[in-house]
Write a protein that binds this ligand. Structure first.
Ligand code: 13P
Length: 253
């Protein structure tokens, strides 16, 4: 059964305006020469979303993602951005549940469930991040930990809504550390996530859900990670900030 292959670049809080536009333009120029079999997603900081989305609009397989959204549609929430605002810019995706937001902004599973619903109701697809800290993996409780994250923030969705979710497995110990999960560790967790979706929803939905790996993904390890049956692509941090490295990772998919 076919499912969407994807490589997404999460730029986090990096790049000034000129740097961001340069990087986007370098990636888009290279993307034009690609087959379009892999969807390429750019997730720049929010001030640049609209411009970068306009730059990429002629390429159907290049999409733009926001890095967060608020759970309410509008109101007195200074500094926040709603899902409907993102949708009004014709963005395709929003990243939710990233471990950095869970940690630094104290985002709970319950809040994330609300954000996921807000995004889907606004018409966005969600790249939903999950993943365990090292202490949990050392206790061999990583599968239960990830399952609880999925249950708490996604399982309220109905069978139509869950199709708007891309899952990104990002073990916290692998993010920005250079300590990538092995291909076996990634495959094992991705298969577990897919099986959990099959049990909650259907085998068909599970088989068509895109599941990305994130955490110190780079041109040297991307090929081995993506060769696994259940690894449909990557959510790339540091290596997405350099066009050449990001392109090499896309080409590894
Ligand atoms: P790194 O690729 O820098 O480890 O970051 C991964 C990540 O957090 C992507 O969302």
């Amino acid at each position: 059964m076919s499912r969407k292959l994807m490589v997404a670049g999460n730029w986090k809080m990096n790049k000034n305006l000129m740097e961001a536009l340069t990087l986007a333009s370098q990636v888009i120029t290279r993307a034009k020469k690609m087959s379009g079999q892999v969807e390429i997603v750019l997730a720049p900081p929010s001030p640049y979303l609209h411009t970068i989305n306009s730059m990429s609009k002629d390429l159907s397989y290049v999409k733009v993602a926001a890095q967060d959204c608020h759970h309410k549609t509008s109101g007195a929430f200074t500094g926040d951005i709603s899902a409907s605002m993102l949708a009004s810019m014709n963005l395709a995706y929003v990243i939710l549940g990233h471990s950095e937001r869970r940690k630094h902004h104290h985002e709970s599973d319950v809040l994330l469930a609300q954000k996921v619903s807000a995004a889907i109701e606004a018409g966005l697809s969600v790249i939903f991040c999950c993943g365990e800290p090292l202490s949990v993996r050392e206790k061999k409780e990583h599968e239960l930990f990830v399952l609880q994250q999925l249950e708490a923030s996604l399982w309220h969705l109905d069978a139509t809504q869950i199709k708007q979710i891309v899952v990104a497995y990002e073990p916290i110990w692998a993010i920005g550390t250079g300590q990538t999960a092995t291909a076996e560790q990634a495959q094992e967790m991705h298969a577990f996530i897919r099986n959990s979706i099959a049990q909650k929803y259907t085998q068909t939905i599970a088989q068509t859900t895109t599941i990305l790996y994130g955490g110190s993904c780079n041109p040297a390890n991307a090929g081995a990670l993506f060769a696994n049956e259940d690894v449909d692509g990557g959510l790339v941090g540091g290596a997405s900030l350099k066009a050449e490295q990001f392109i090499q990772i896309i080409q590894a998919r």
